[in-house]
Design a binder for this molecule. Structure first.
Ligand code: NDP
Length: 339
């Protein structure tokens, strides 16, 4: 059983060498008399920014416990059930949810596993648009942003897994949408593939405030926050009165020992803003409704989806750390096995 294990706790930017590929010779099976267990083959693994928090010794800084050095990482993935004593799963079923960064995982009373019923879209989509990241975009946009047709929406890290979907949902809803991303290729995707009204490369803007004023001369009604730090600081004075900021993530802060100061907070008062953080795990009750909405959109081509697919468990460490340098173009995932 090949595994990606954490070598040491991480501080600062994570490196490939913080992880290691090891092979364990223990043959996994469901022990006799063990109920509610599944043995899964991991097919596709999702690389997610929150995993950085779990690589730190003080995982409490994030909202989940730390990974243990010497143990495989864990995260979201799409899996095949090889054996089961769980009433909800039988051999051959497909599911997505929490699993190990390894070829096979024994899960006793799985923490989060959802059976996959719809199999006429690529299975890898369950690491992203049909899984946790998709639901994040949906719950964040509809529940937290309180959108109204015609409003001005700004999305940061817009070409990523969450951002690309937020932008498209906002367009379908009838909003005016601008996204930012960190390369020309990503900006082209935003404008030409995902249908954003405008997009810009934040790395080429010497003055983010001026850039936002250029794209939002009348201000921003909704900011979907993925980045934090300087970006948030620049957005705050550009918000319109009674604007909403859905705080989904702050990836620019995850590798810093101390979060950067944000200076423009008084705008929250002056502009009567609502800033609301949210975590997708509070929104799983919306998942069936979300699938009913998004699957037809995908099939009709009204929503498109871009994945960055890395081959083999060995590519896991580089793919994961690549999120923090913007190496990924679209949703980053790792193929462990295609069947
Ligand atoms: P992405 O696919 O967007 O990948 C991360 C991207 O972030 C990179 O490609 C890079 O794009 C950008 N980035 C990295 N470092 C910086 C930086 N210092 N400044 C600005 N941009 C940076 O990841 P996801 O879509 O999976 O996640 C997006 C955000 O959503 C993250 O903040 C994540 O933590 C959050 N999230 C929150 C959830 C919740 O429940 N609240 C659930 C899932 C995700 P670029 O080239 O454009 O810089």
């Amino acid at each position: 059983n090949k595994q990606v294990v954490l070598k040491n706790y991480v501080s600062g930017y994570p490196k490939e060498s913080d992880m290691q590929i090891v092979t364990s010779s223990i043959k996994l099976h469901i022990p006799p008399d063990t109920q509610n267990a599944v043995l899964v083959k991991n097919l596709y693994l999702s690389c997610d920014p929150y995993m950085r928090g779990r690589m730190a010794e003080n995982g409490a800084a994030s909202y989940l416990s730390s990974f243990q050095p010497g143990e495989p990482l864990s995260g979201y993935g799409a899996v095949k059930i090889l054996d089961s004593t769980h009433p909800n799963y039988k051999k051959g079923d497909l599911a997505w949810g929490f699993t190990g960064w390894e070829e096979y995982t024994l899960q006793v009373s799985p923490q989060l596993l959802i059976r996959i019923e719809q199999t006429d879209l690529p299975l890898s989509y369950y690491t992203g648009i049909l899984g946790m990241t998709g639901l994040t975009a949906y719950a964040g946009f509809y529940e937290v942003c309180s959108p109204k047709k015609g409003e001005y929406v700004y999305v940061s890290a817009a070409s990523g897994a969450v951002g690309q979907l937020v932008g498209q949902l906002a367009k379908l809803f009838g909003c005016y949408v601008v996204g930012s991303a960190g390369s020309k290729e990503k900006v082209d995707l935003l404008k030409n593939k995902f249908g954003f009204d405008e997009a810009f490369n934040y790395k080429e803007e010497p003055d983010l405030d001026a850039a936002l004023k250029r794209y939002f001369p009348e201000g921003v009604d909704i900011y979907f926050e993925n980045v934090g730090g300087k970006m948030l600081d620049a957005v705050l004075p550009n918000m319109r009165i009674r604007g909403r900021i859905a705080v989904c993530g702050m990836i620019s802060q995850y590798n810093l020992d101390k979060p950067e100061g944000v200076h423009n907070l008084p705008n929250i008062i002056w502009k009567r803003l609502r800033l609301e953080g949210f975590i997708v795990s509070d929104s799983y009750h919306l998942y069936p409704k979300y699938l009913e909405t998004v699957i037809p959109y995908i099939k009709q081509g009204k929503i498109v989806y871009v994945e960055d697919v890395a081959e083999g468990l060995e590519s896991g460490p580089a793919s994961l750390i690549g999120l923090f340098t913007g190496r990924n173009i679209g949703k980053q995932l790792v193929v462990v096995s295609r069947e």
